[in-house]
Write a protein that binds this ligand. Structure first.
Ligand code: 5GP
Ligand code: MN
Length: 332
């Protein structure tokens, strides 16, 4: 039996499934969580969807996003959550730590995990590990899984899954956008997902605070060799009222500079940690550096979170990235 069939069998047989995705969720994490969750509900199965962080406002157009539980907020568990969980499905997440509070090792001890992901740096923490780094998004992998579960796609499921694909391919612009990605996306569109509406939601809207934050970060760019970096400090966040997770695409924007092969944004989180968002041009691989630092990602987009001061993190990361750039340039 192949991995998809194995995963489908285990999921079909499960009594009460907990589906989780990584904290600071992006469109692929949320779209995958909802896409599979709605499919299992269509099938009449008991399921709890859980994410350690709240769903960002940007994704509140997604059907039933309110059904995603947040461990800190939902003190009273849903009926499903109060019953023993028989299976955990982890989506779009490279390691257990990145599930944050959505995975409580104490209460979930011994519960089998199915790990479905497309990050090359995935550490295979599940009982079944279906990790496909050639997939553009975890949401793309769920289309054959839902087929194997014998659940017909609905417009709502397709909307969630196309959101995941569009987010991770930056609107079909990344090198991971293969003919297979297009074929899957057409299937989702034929089921009723609107490419126009989703593209507009995902890429054409952002809060004004984000633009103000970008304005400040862009005034403080540093180009060292072919590494371009900037930072979002806690002071900047407070000044413009920027409370969102992440850099809202700033690292991807910096990576468009002709003068840079690698772009980095250091984001001071305010709890003593710094999130590092990295992007590399094709021909460079930034995921190995992220992995060495306890994070992960893809060759062209990776990240990590480090429990040190902003200046200590900058020194360490910039030195490792410069070293990786030197090695990778030499190998060219
Ligand atoms: P971003 O810079 O957009 O936050 O992340 C880029 C890519 O790296 C995404 O695929 C994201 O899931 C992954 N990534 C970012 N931070 C981490 C991390 O700390 N651990 C792991 N495993 N992956 C990360
Ligand atoms: Mn993804």
């Amino acid at each position: 039996m192949n991995t998809v069939a194995q995963a489908a069998k285990r999921i079909s047989e499960a009594d009460n499934t907990l589906i989780v995705c990584h904290f600071a969720p992006d469109g692929d994490a949320i779209g995958s969580l909802l896409g599979l969750g709605l499919a299992l509900r269509e099938k009449g199965q008991r399921v709890t969807m859980m994410c350690a962080d709240p769903i960002p406002v940007q994704y509140h157009y997604l059907p039933q996003w309110q059904a995603i539980a947040t461990p800190q907020v939902d003190a009273a568990p849903t009926p499903e959550a109060s019953d023993p969980v028989s299976l955990i499905v982890s989506l779009d997440c490279g390691d257990l730590a990145r599930l944050g509070k959505a995975y409580d090792p104490e209460s979930l001890k011994g519960v089998p995990i199915i790990n479905i992901d497309h990050h090359a740096t995935n550490v295979n923490f599940g009982e079944i590990n279906w990790v496909d780094p050639t997939a553009a998004a975890t949401a793309q992998m769920l289309v054959p899984l839902i087929r194997a579960l014998k659940v017909p796609l609905t417009r709502d499921i397709a909307t969630c899954l196309l959101t995941g694909i569009l987010t991770d391919t930056l609107g079909f612009r990344t090198a991971t956008t293969t003919p297979q990605v297009m074929a899957t996306s057409i299937e989702l569109m034929n089921t009723g997902a609107s490419l126009t509406a989703l593209t507009d939601q995902i890429f054409n809207h952002r809060p004004m605070e984000t633009i103000r934050m970008w304005t400040m970060a862009l005034q403080n760019l540093h180009l060292e060799g072919r590494i371009l970096w900037s930072e979002i400090t806690q002071r900047m966040r407070e000044r413009v009222g920027y409370t969102q997770n992440g850099d809202a695409g700033l690292a991807s924007f910096l990576s468009t500079a002709n003068e840079a092969d690698i772009a980095i944004v250091f984001d001071e989180l305010g709890d003593g940690r710094v999130n590092v968002s990295m992007r590399a041009s094709p021909g460079y691989d930034i995921s190995k550096v992220a992995f060495r630092l306890g994070g992960g990602g893809h060759p062209q987009a990776a990240g990590c979170t480090l429990p040190r001061s902003l200046s200590a993190v900058k020194t360490q990361v910039l030195s490792l990235v410069q070293q990786a750039w030197n090695e990778q340039t030499r190998e060219k």
